[in-house]
Design a protein around this ligand. Structure first.
Ligand code: F6R
Length: 241
């Protein structure tokens, strides 16, 4: 794992955006794995600015998001499809038909997950997978457990994840309890992985990801086994390292 130390959230966001834009410049038709959440918002904002200046062109890029809440369609303001459109895709020249998010409106979990895996298998390995990390070490919605998941699957969200994500909902009762998520094997298949992290509340998870035993108790620890994985994190997130 290569660790890129950043001063603060703004610095982390710029460096994350730099790596993503370099990928798009080097391979205009690249396949990006993308994440939602608070962590990548600054990077998406930076990429939009560079797009507006004419520095980066997304017209041939394809994207595959990590996860989606079960039961929320793409027009629901709290869905991850809505987040991606609103935060990023609506502001750049990406072809929306090349942007993919698991279909949370499909309540048939087996069919929805199989469809997403087929889509990804047809696309081939992602060139760059962007990840955030949960306070409990989750990546995507692969919560701590007894084993590492493989393909896209339906997960029961951990209580800590429901609490962390409730800030975006009117009340904690509105947070869906289940989600579709790429599995660990999907994530590990990417050619390059970039984990972005910011803030002291991520320090323990970031420490365990980098130095802990490789264990499904901290899902992100499996990234130690990936041949090309960067951690782009600010001082607060790296404070225990
Ligand atoms: C989001 C995702 C999650 C988040 C993680 C961190 O698509 O898969 O793993 O990356 O929960 O969330 P934030 O960035 O909000 O702290």
């Amino acid at each position: 794992m290569r660790i890129i130390r950043c001063k603060d959230y703004a610095d982390m966001s710029r460096k994350t955006a730099n790596i993503i834009s370099a990928q798009v410049i080097l391979k205009p038709n690249c396949k990006l794995g993308l994440a939602t959440g608070t962590t990548p918002i600054g990077a998406y904002e930076q990429l939009i600015k560079w797009y507006e200046k004419g520095d980066v062109d997304f017209s041939e890029v394809s994207t595959y998001n990590l996860d989606e809440y079960l039961g929320l369609g793409g027009d629901h303001p709290q869905s991850y499809r809505y987040f991606m459109n609103d935060t990023f895709f609506d502001h750049i020249n990406i072809d929306k038909t090349r942007t993919h998010v698991p279909d949370g409106s499909n309540l048939d979990a087996e069919a929805a997950c199989a469809a997403y895996d087929e889509l990804m298998a047809a696309a081939g390995p992602l060139d760059l997978q962007l990840l955030g990390i949960g306070r409990n070490g989750h990546v995507g919605f692969n919560e701590p457990g007894e084993s590492f998941s493989k393909g896209t699957h339906c997960v029961e969200l951990a209580q800590s994840t429901i609490e962390a994500n409730s800030r975006l909902f009117d009340s904690i009762d509105d947070v869906p309890r289940k989600a579709y998520s790429m599995g660990v094997q999907n994530i590990m298949s990417a050619k390059t992985i970039l984990v972005a992290a910011s803030g002291a509340d991520k320090a323990q998870a970031v420490h365990d990801m980098i130095y802990g035993p490789v264990s499904p108790r901290c899902t992100a620890s499996i990234l130690q086994l990936h041949a090309d994985c960067f951690v782009v994190a600010d001082e607060a997130a790296l404070s225990l390292c």
